[in-house]
Design a protein around this ligand. Sequence first.
Ligand SMILES: [Zn+2]
Length: 256
Amino acid sequence: MRVHSYIGDLSQSSCPINSHQGTLMLVLLCLSLAFSAVLGDSCTEHVHATFGKVGKCIKKSCCEYATYISSLCPGDDTACCFKRDTCGSLSAGCPHIVSRASWGARSPRSTSYMPGPAKYVFIHHGESGSCSTQSACSAIVRSYQNYHMDTHGWSDIGYSFLVGEDGNAYEGRGWDKIGAHTQGYNSVGLGFCMIGSFDNHVPNAAALNTVKNLIACGVGKGKIKSTYTLRGHRDMNQTSCPGTALYNLIKTWPHY
Ligand SMILES: [Zn+2]
């Protein structure tokens, strides 16, 4: 439909059409415009045979796993992408991460590194009071670290990252180091702890948004496999963590 109206509009324009040559030029121009209109439209209409969904024209180098078709979008550097725009999600998706130095972490006693990207993301809660400012959340994170190092005798705070209701993420062991959060699965998964107790209520929108962004950020950085499995701590170990309300919520999230 759009193609026909395109041609109609052009043929009524002020292009010179009184010579044979002019007519030929006009037809070629119309054909090329019509063709590019078809191509431009077809990316968002093209259902990919493998991925089963339509694409989006983005910068070629930003398309996750190079899952694109070049010919469906105009321009050499643009392609019809059928997976994530990693450039877009990296800037939009990574939450503010409060460094260990900023929250006042103790040094780890020892460190071991993840053998590869995490296959699992585990959600925990800290079973403590909640916090809504960076200074209050930092104090709780320090208390978790003291408990893990002094009472459990672990080498460091157990979690990979922590998330407060101030909307910040707090660096625990980080992306690359094996944590102590989910027994039996620490070397194949990252542990994200929601600061607070979530048996009867879920974390606020800021905290939920941040933990989702943290997962997307980890996938974008290649620290979490794009095919990761999301689980609550209680799915793997005998525990009530991450609290029933939060557990019921994460069961509705992608990858659970
Ligand atoms: Zn837990």
